[in-house]
Write a protein that binds this ligand. Structure first.
Ligand code: HEC
Ligand code: HEC
Ligand code: HEC
Ligand code: HEC
Ligand code: HEC
Length: 369
């Protein structure tokens, strides 16, 4: 995530400087740029210095399974063939033709539907959102987590079990909830489907500028009183009812979800220590993200940040819990993409840990939406 935070250092405004020579290999033409698009090198889909575009710098090519979302031009091939071949190195982040099928009219590639990692498909009814969700959908699912833990007792540590990582920015999967089943859904529970929001506010480009990814926060205040800055969005509360995180107050949906996330992290740490016999902590810094907290101070220190210092004592329950906690972290807009579904997922994960009797979780006072 550092790549994103550091991006401002490399911002160049295309309209002002014209295009760097290297960019012409993708057929970019600054003159054809309309007023409706925010295109800045270094920002969002053109964050060419970012990690998503440099992970393979020392490799010969980008592997086929990664090329759809990380190649300069992987989407068109995927939509045409249903799969990708290995891709060449990315020089300038995404090509315009990755999303546009015609650079005179700026028509976008036709994307009739989206197939999630679960195998489930949806059609949002909005071609551009289908296109966004072709990449913003994650890489694992309820099914793949179930496969990883199949046939094992819930609280039996097993060194062969590993953290399952959903991957980054799975916004489309969150928006469709149980119609996508990319977060982990517990057996016997029912979950919310698509967050319909309000007419004209239920597409990706209703809230985000397509090129920079910028949230058009000024739009929110038209219907949500007081929601005029990014920070104030967490106070929005409409049709959902209840004190989800059980802190004694019914707050904004974003704030309830932040409360559930805090409780879940604490519960994961308590459970891991009690059942796995070793402490665990998360760091966004490096794979495998969840490490053994060898000195037990609750966080991962520099000397604990080693690829071979993975948490060694996963149980099936801990695989489910770390999966869902990380899912919500990897979709920083989860409360807005589908807050009801997100709260259900977090609540059920906490409840599962509570059922083990080893996580110090108290569900009293918490409500499930
Ligand atoms: C379905 C789309 C999709 C596929 C397939 C995919 N990724 Fe990604 N990946 C993304 C998105 C979206 C991001 C942007 C998130 C960000 O910048 O934090 C990302 C970010 C990354 C990052 C940067 C993470 C960071 O810390 O910023 C790495 C590394 C990465 N992917 C590796 C891979 C590898 C390796 C593969 C193939 C095995 C792969 N990805 C396949 C969508 C995908
Ligand atoms: C990630 C996909 C994606 C990429 C890459 C992309 N675009 Fe777009 N572009 C879109 C979408 C989606 C829209 C429609 C936006 C909307 O409706 O808000 C659009 C709209 C536009 C528009 C406005 C067209 C109109 O009819 O208003 C222009 C101009 C444009 N893009 C230029 C470019 C250029 C130049 C590049 C390359 C530097 C580029 N785009 C790369 C997705 C993309
Ligand atoms: C080809 C795959 C792909 C497609 C299609 C795609 N994205 Fe992305 N998106 C990415 C990757 C990779 C990143 C991370 C780029 C970076 O490093 O900032 C990203 C980043 C973002 C961000 C975060 C930007 C930031 O810097 O914080 C938003 C928001 C976003 N995309 C929304 C959209 C929307 C809306 C659409 C459809 C118009 C879309 N994406 C289409 C792959 C894709
Ligand atoms: C109702 C408005 C809304 C809609 C619709 C929406 N988003 Fe978001 N999105 C948000 C908000 C709010 C955030 C959180 C922004 C923040 O706090 O940084 C966000 C965050 C994101 C991020 C993470 C950006 C970052 O840098 O952390 C991505 C990627 C993203 N959205 C993609 C999408 C995609 C793809 C779609 C369509 C499937 C979509 N969004 C639909 C409001 C929306
Ligand atoms: C056109 C009016 C309109 C706009 C603009 C709008 N919303 Fe909404 N929003 C609604 C309505 C109506 C609901 C109630 C829908 C429901 O709960 O079924 C809602 C519900 C929500 C909820 C769920 C709250 C809850 O308790 O369930 C969130 C979160 C939200 N909006 C965030 C946003 C954000 C962020 C933006 C700006 C990017 C935005 N909205 C823009 C009308 C709007």
């Amino acid at each position: 995530m550092n790549a994103i935070r550091n991006r401002t250092a490399t911002v160049l405004v295309i309209a002002a400087i014209g295009l760097a020579a290297g960019a012409t290999s993708f057929g970019w033409t600054a003159e054809k740029q309309g007023a409706g698009a925010t295109i800045q090198m270094g920002v969002g889909h053109f964050n060419r210095d970012g990690k998503p575009f440099h992970y393979w710098d020392k490799e010969k090519e980008i592997p086929a399974v990664c090329a759809r979302c990380h190649g300069a031009n992987g989407v068109a091939e995927y939509l045409r063939e249903g799969k990708n071949a290995p891709a060449q190195h990315v020089k300038n982040a995404f090509a315009c033709t990755n999303c546009h099928s015609d650079m005179l009219t700026y028509t976008r590639h036709a994307a009739a539907k989206v197939t999630f990692p679960s195998g489930l498909s949806v059609d949002t009814g909005h071609n551009d959102s289908n296109l966004c969700m072709t990449c913003h959908q994650g890489r694992e699912s309820t099914a793949s987590v179930n496969k990883a833990i199949e046939g094992r007792a819930p609280d039996e540590p097993d060194p062969k079990l590993n953290f399952v990582h959903v991957h980054y920015f799975p916004a489309g999967a969150t928006m469709f909830g149980t119609q996508a089943k990319v977060a982990y859904e517990f057996p016997g529970k029912t979950y919310a489907g698509r967050f319909e929001h309000a007419p004209l506010m239920n597409t990706c480009t209703a809230c985000h500028e397509a090129h920079s990814g910028t949230l058009m926060v000024a739009r929110c205040g038209a219907c949500h009183q007081g929601a005029s800055t990014q920070a104030s969005l967490a106070n929005i509360r409409m049709s959902t009812r209840g004190d989800f995180d059980g802190n004694g107050r019914e707050e904004g949906l974003g704030a309830e979800i932040a409360g559930l996330q805090r409780d879940l992290y604490a519960a994961i740490q308590a459970y891991a220590k009690a059942v796995g016999g070793a402490a665990i902590a998360f760091t966004p810094e490096a794979f495998p993200y969840w490490h053994a907290d060898t000195n037990g101070n609750g966080r991962i220190d520099p000397d604990e940040l080693r690829p071979n210092n993975r948490y060694p004592a996963y149980t099936p329950r801990l695989v489910q819990a770390t999966y869902n906690y990380t899912y919500v972290l990897r979709d920083p807009g989860a409360a807005y993409h589908n807050g009801r579904y997100t709260a259900q997922i977090l609540y059920d994960t906490l409840e599962s840990l509570a059922q083990s009797g080893k996580a110090g979780v108290n569900m009293a006072g918490k409500a499930r939406p």
